[in-house]
Design a protein around this ligand. Sequence first.
Ligand code: ZN
Length: 281
Amino acid sequence: MERSHRSCLKYIQALPRRTKTDIVNSLIGSPTLESHIDKNKLRFLGQLCILPGNKIVKIVFLNRLTSYFDNPSVSRGFIPDIVRIMRKYNVFNILETFVESGFFPNKYSWKQSIKKHVMEYETVKWRERTTSNSSGVLSDYRMVHDSLSTFNLWTLSLANRHLIHECRSAVYLIGRYFSDTRHIQCHMCGFSSDNIILHYLYECTYSESHRHTFWRELQLKCGHELFRKFTSLSIYMQITVIFSSDSNPLQAAEAELMQLAVVCLRYVHIIRALFKVQMHV
Ligand SMILES: [Zn+2]
């Protein structure tokens, strides 16, 4: 089920087949499928706790709950499962309070609390995995997108539908750029690169004319000052800006940054089209 969920998230974002799961999930701002299931179980618990006391379901639930607290080792089924989930997301104290005093948060507060605690847990786990990644690819990726929230190019494409294809191309290249299979030989110029996407964008003779157009457009449309700031960044920082439209290192006016994003996105879209056949190898 988890595998099908991952495939769906890859498919709807048109990402390469081998894109790392932590990249796939973070681009769309989705935690694991397990956490979605846990959230629904926690919501169900909330519905049981706020039922009126005369309902049969509530009476059975309270009996099971009391039996569990009297002797946790012999209890099986929903109660021990929900206790494990509550401990996992650090909300077990809410169940303890309910058992002691009968108090449980209202429907809205409980929903918000579940959302907050589950996202906190998932974010901590995501950060741990991306930091300890042995190849270093995932910690590099965090330069482009450092959270489990919707990637800014997806947000940009929602507000600017005419840029959807460009945004999809940029996201696709991110999947290829931050992968363990990026060391390949270019079929167009024969050059062997540690990172083939960097080669396509900056080095390949086959894309040279498009690269010149890109630099010219950047200078014409973004103004001299922003162009100067952009070109003074290291190549790796430039790639971060190209892929994410991240304005942080540039500190320019919003309209200028938007122009920069459009020029960068059009360039990556051309590069993707130019090397499409190679990239699917
Ligand atoms: Zn090449």
